[in-house]
Design a protein around this ligand. Structure first.
Ligand code: S3P
Length: 441
């Protein structure tokens, strides 16, 4: 398959309404939690991306049956002890850190060895951040120098733990919460604020959980249970996938866009707060609650003048997957934007901070980097007319999509490798771009 795309033209102005694919974090959580329930769960609008399909294949390998219907998936959970784990199974998490880390939490009570593997990018990522706390529950875990493959053999004698999550990582917090679910007694977690979909899902399933909010941390108490019932869930649109279209609209001329049915959970809307501080006017309409989550339609209009930002660090976690696309807006802002303490960005599917700095320099933007802090010297008149090539970014879906938005809004002739990377999180990315009028060859 040809895996390079060419973009030689900016997008013309558009005025449209779209819907993006389902939220990746909630889709993976819904599959994993359905596998542990007693009986049937039905999941509507499940994101059909590779990360989520790997989640389904992993639970199937562990003996869980699921069926795809016209517009929903049905998953037949077998309870908290229901995984079939005999015969040294190997689970492939593909590109997904969320799947690999969360499923390790669910495997703390399996008494056979299970090996987790992943693709090239995932195999470069650190797993000690989850294996260390999971060992404290009583699981036996070995790894390849803290990287994949990770092999876990759980225990029948789990003990609750006290865990201090300092990174602001929802994956670490969630892996520990899933292990706590299976562990008799109370597990106490002090976690730096991060996305809270697992907490909201637990509440919805009536799993005993107490949350005490203190400034930048949450104290979370999870009490182990013996079972819970299957559920119905409809996955809202993904704000991370929406972010590419928000910025496409902001940076285009005379365009407007409505993105329907997007998850606007407080722990995910850093991008909206940051862009609105930079002069965007993204408006949330038709707000409603859904099983603890918040959903709204996003109204976005093009803007010609952006202000620079001194980005408050307390928004880092809630915008962690959106910084690449936010940096494009900073590149067009008047003045110097500064972002601090973004070390976690380099621990993603690719070293995103390094890659962002290179991309910005490639398009002629001055950037000053000091360890994990960067300053972007914006140029409101930025117009590109050279040739640009994007390759060697570890097939990172968000680097790919950010490059497409740069090409469609800033000009120049772009060749971008690894177009199949969109399948990781956003299979309808091209379809929506073309609907808005983008010319991609
Ligand atoms: C995710 C948490 C974040 C995020 C990732 C999805 C989740 O990772 O970057 O795309 O679903 O819990 P960290 O927990 O490593 O920050």
């Amino acid at each position: 398959m040809r895996n390079q795309i060419n973009i030689f033209n900016k997008i013309n102005s558009f005025k449209k309404k779209i819907e993006v694919d389902g939220d990746k974090s909630i889709s993976i959580r819904s599959v994993l939690l359905a596998s542990q329930a007693i009986g049937k769960s039905q999941i509507f609008n499940l994101l059909e991306s590779e990360d989520v399909m790997h989640s389904l294949k992993c639970i199937r390998k562990l003996g869980i049956v699921y069926k795809k219907h016209n517009n929903y998936y049905e998953i037949y959970g077998r309870g908290l002890n229901g995984f079939e784990t005999n015969s040294n199974k190997i689970l492939n998490a593909g590109n997904s850190g969320t799947l690999a880390r969360l499923i390790l939490g669910l495997l703390v009570n399996t008494t056979d060895s299970i090996k987790i593997i992943g693709d090239k990018s995932l195999s470069k990522r650190d797993f000690s951040r989850v294996t260390e706390p999971l060992k404290l529950f009583g699981a036996n875990i070995s790894s390849n120098n803290n990287k994949l493959p990770v092999t876990i053999r759980g225990s029948n004698f789990l003990r609750p733990i006290k865990y201090y999550e300092k990174l602001g990582s929802a994956q670490c917090k969630s892996a520990v919460m899933l292990a706590a679910l299976k562990t008799p007694g109370n597990t106490q977690i002090k976690a730096k604020k991060s996305r809270n979909h697992t907490e909201l899902f637990f509440k919805h399933l009536k799993i005993p959980i107490k949350i005490n909010k203190i400034k930048n941390f949450d104290n979370i108490l999870v009490k182990g249970v013996s079972n819970y019932r299957g559920f119905k869930y409809s996955i809202p649109g993904d704000i991370s996938s929406s972010s590419f279209f928000i910025v496409l609209t902001l940076l285009s001329n005379n365009s407007s866009l409505v993105i329907k049915n997007v998850n606007i959970n407080e722990s995910r809307i850093g991008i909206i707060k940051i862009l609105n501080k930079m002069n965007a006017r993204i408006i949330l309409k038709n707000k409603k609650s859904y099983k603890g989550e918040r959903i709204a339609d996003l109204y976005v209009k093009s803007i010609s003048k952006f202000k620079s930002i001194n980005c408050p660090e307390n928004l880092n976690s809630s915008a962690i997957d959106e910084f690449l696309i936010i940096f494009l807006v900073a590149a067009r802002a008047k003045g110097v934007s500064s972002f601090k303490n973004l070390g976690e960005l380099n621990k993603k599917e690719s070293p995103r901070l390094d890659i962002a700095v290179n991309l910005l320099k490639k398009i002629g933007i001055k950037v000053k980097r000091e360890r994990n802090n960067i300053k972007i010297f914006g140029n409101p008149n930025l117009k590109l007319d050279s040739n640009y090539e994007m390759k060697n970014f570890r097939k990172d879906h968000r680097v790919f999509m950010t490059s497409c938005i740069a090409a469609l809004t800033l000009g120049g002739k772009w060749k971008i490798q690894d177009s199949d990377s969109v399948k990781t999180s956003f299979p309808h990315f091209f379809k929506i771009l073309k609907f808005l009028g983008a010319k991609i060859y």
